[in-house]
Design a protein around this ligand. Structure first.
Ligand code: TYD
Ligand code: MG
Length: 464
């Protein structure tokens, strides 16, 4: 990527000391190459300055480290709640002292807005908080705070990119929480490469995480995500921190999802739902109602999936469109669902039920901009595409869930009770689920259990 930098170093250092790191997968190479041998990505190798080798000469003798045993564990880490319920839940019940958190997301998705609101909420809850912006001037942040009605919160604000100065300041102030927005703008004078490069991001994150652990300061690092969905400065930062949160959503939609993808102090896969408004991010405590609010009832191609996101049931509408294709290879377009999952379901429908999608374009979409990763969505996906293909609407008061196996059988999924309860709360009265779904009658929903896809197709769409 930077051949000029490489040449520039040529004169000063021995060639052997260079390494080139792939920004996509983190693999390191001895030589620069157009393509990464490990992940086959193109133009992702960047030059890194070598890690300092320590003092030369005889190997310095290390000191012995103090050891304990497993029984001398401290009790559960103390947590501080911000009062923003959606945020606290994603953190696993509040902010753990001396923890390091990474919040990643596309530029412009609302990370700075979220964290300014969060830091103000923690400050109002009594924590000493600091917000350091490397992207905006203090005046800009203050203007935003004013617009969001946060100017009275006691947050120490700094605008700086020199990490050495930031660490010195943090050491003097010792806040309970420091937000660093963003890790890509931070630079250490001891590292030669430019801010935002892999080695700078790695070193800056390392310094901050080490500082957090040593001094008992919780740090939240903001990280921009690259086009292909990875936090720039590869996955290295993710390994260093305790918690990784992604802030995601479609640019055109007002919904934003804060998703825990790793959490040493709580369940991963938990989500918090927010809505971007003129006055910042508003918490959405009942996401199902919001995700279903635009639903046109009794339209062919629409199915409601009763899903579980983290510890909470969430209903979403899955929309499909099936149309004759003008292309040799028909289109398979997905938004919010894994494309491989759609291909599998189409193949199972063809091989096990005898319903072919040859010559038909299939478009699939999760309404509202949510990403659905649960295998339990299979049945709702199949329902939506069959409904679109047959031009028969699924009853508007019905929810679907269940995993489809390659044999065409429906496999039971967890938390049937929770799914049905949420559906009942939103006015649904019937559900189709796999056989052997564990449940009792309490939810007031008429549940029909089906053994396989053939039975499902027969029941919903006649013989198929
Ligand atoms: P920002 O937090 O700056 O994004 P990031 O830090 O992830 O790059 O958010 C930028 C977007 O949010 C911008 O397009 C405007 C929008 N926004 C609102 O809609 N309402 C608001 O109250 C604020 C502060 C921002
Ligand atoms: Mg920002």
């Amino acid at each position: 990527m930077r051949p000029c930098l490489w040449l520039w170093h040529e004169g000063g250092m021995s060639k052997a000391s260079h390494t080139f790191t792939c920004t996509a997968c983190g693999a390191s190479h001895k030589k620069w190459n157009g393509q990464c041998d490990a992940c086959m990505a193109w133009n992702t190798l960047v030059e890194e300055s070598p890690l300092s080798a320590g003092p030369k000469g005889p190997v310095a003798k290390g000191r012995t480290i103090p050891l304990t045993d497993l029984a001398t564990q401290a009790e559960a880490p103390p947590r501080a709640a911000s009062g923003m319920a959606e945020l606290d839940r994603v953190l696993g019940g509040g902010l753990v002292a001396a923890s390091a958190i990474l919040v990643g997301g596309d530029p412009g998705i609302g990370k700075s807005t979220l964290l300014l609101q969060a830091v103000a909420a923690f400050a109002r809850a009594g924590l000493k908080c600091m917000y350091v912006s490397g992207e905006e001037a203090a005046a800009q942040v203050q203007m935003r705070a004013q617009r969001l009605g946060l100017q009275d919160a006691h947050v120490q604000l700094g605008a700086e990119t020199n990490l050495r100065d930031i660490l010195t300041t943090l050491d003097r102030e010792r806040p309970a929480l420091a937000v660093i927005d963003s890790i890509q703008t931070m630079w250490l004078d001891s590292i030669e490469s430019a801010p935002g490069s892999v080695s700078q991001v790695r070193a800056a994150a390392h310094e901050l995480v080490t500082f957090a652990k040593k001094r008992g300061v919780s740090v939240i690092l903001v990280g921009h995500v690259t086009k292909d969905g990875q936090i720039a400065g590869p996955r290295v930062v993710e390994h260093m921190v305790d918690t990784v949160l992604y802030f995601e959503g479609e640019r055109g939609h007002q919904f934003r999802i804060l998703r825990a993808v790793k959490n040493r102090f709580g369940p991963a896969d938990e989500i918090g739902v927010f809505e971007m408004t003129g006055a910042g991010l508003a918490e959405v405590s009942n996401p199902s109602a919001l995700f279903l609010s635009d639903r046109e009832k009794a339209t062919p191609g629409s199915a409601v999936f009763a899903g579980i996101e983290g510890t909470r049931p969430v209903l979403t509408e899955i929309q499909a469109l099936v149309a004759p294709s003008t292309l040799g290879t028909p289109r398979r377009t997905v938004v919010g669902i894994d494309g491989g999952r759609l291909s599998t379901i189409l193949a199972v429908l063809e091989a096990r039920v005898g319903i072919s999608f040859a010559g038909l374009d299939v478009f699939l979409n999760v309404a509202g901009g949510l990403r659905v990763n649960e295998p339990a969505a299979d049945l709702a996906i199949a329902g939506a595409i069959l409904s679109a293909r047959e031009d028969v609407a699924i009853p508007p008061d019905m929810v679907l869930f269940g995993e489809i196996s390659l044999s065409g059988a429906l496999r039971p999924v967890g938390q049937t009770e929770n799914r049905l309860k949420e559906a009942s709360k939103l006015g649904f009265t019937q559900a189709i689920a796999p056989r052997l779904s564990k449940y009792t009658q309490s939810s007031g929903i008429r549940l029909r259990e089906m053994p396989d896809l053939t039975a499902f197709v027969g029941e919903m769409f006649g013989a198929g």
